[in-house]
Design a protein around this ligand. Structure first.
Ligand code: ADP
Ligand code: MG
Length: 210
């Protein structure tokens, strides 16, 4: 089971990973965007972690929804509201739950990804965060369905997200700022797909230890 403490640990761990990768994400965004993805994610997740003490006794749905609303209200541009939507929708899917089964976690991720898709109107192959999140969700389900435990399944999800992130390099961007570059977007790794891979990697590091 995934407990609320694990969710708090996940968000706190991700804040640190974002801090450690802030310059890298900015560098990726400077190639095909406006060089703010690292700063945006850093500001957003600092605000999320600052809010956690007020919700750490609440259910997992409330924790995730609060994280999402905080991202929407503290981060401008495309990435913040899209990550905000991911966490709000994931939280709505597990409303009132103090613990999650692996399947419930996978369901929350699915709901988050569906929210990103709806809000950003992008689909797979358009060089966005969906290119790492979607294969990650698929791999998570496939692994759980084969009877693997949560840790093994999240490792598979992180590997799929990493591959999906790398697969954005040859893609032509057709959504977001990178699409303004047209053909010149080809040959660069998408910053949002990179931060999304890091989010799944963090989940693999924080969940499924027992
Ligand atoms: P902005 O593009 O406004 O500067 P960020 O730099 O924080 O915002 O985030 C950029 C990332 O957002 C991109 O790398 C991409 O992964 C993601 N993104 C942009 N537009 C969309 C969209 N319509 N759907 C899904 N993801 C998107
Ligand atoms: Mg940007």
């Amino acid at each position: 089971m995934i407990k609320r403490e694990d969710v708090i640990t996940w968000l706190t761990c991700y804040r640190q990973v974002i801090k450690d990768n802030k310059d890298y994400l900015t560098e990726l965004d400077s190639a095909i965007g406006d060089a703010d993805h690292g700063a945006n994610m850093d500001r957003g997740f600092n605000a999320v972690v600052a809010k956690l003490p007020s919700v750490e006794e609440k259910d997992i749905g409330t924790i995730l929804k609060t994280a999402g609303m905080t991202l929407v209200s503290t981060v401008g541009g495309a990435g913040g509201p899209l990550y905000g939507t991911f966490f709000m929708r994931a939280g709505m899917a597990v409303d009132g739950k103090a613990e999650l089964t692996p399947e419930e976690l996978a369901g929350a991720f699915d709901a988050g990804v569906a929210g990103v898709q709806q809000r950003g109107k992008a689909t797979l192959g358009e060089k966005t965060m969906l290119d790492s999140l979607t294969p990650a969700c698929q791999a998570l389900h496939e692994s759980l369905d084969r009877g693997n435990d949560l840790k093994v399944s999240l490792d598979a999800a992180a590997a799929a997200a990493e591959q999906g992130m790398k697969d954005t390099i040859p893609m032509l961007a057709t959504k977001g700022r990178a699409s303004y570059l047209g053909e010149r977007s080809i040959g660069h790794q998408d910053p949002g797909a990179t931060s999304s891979f890091l989010l799944v990697q963090c989940a693999a590091d924080c969940f499924g230890k027992d």
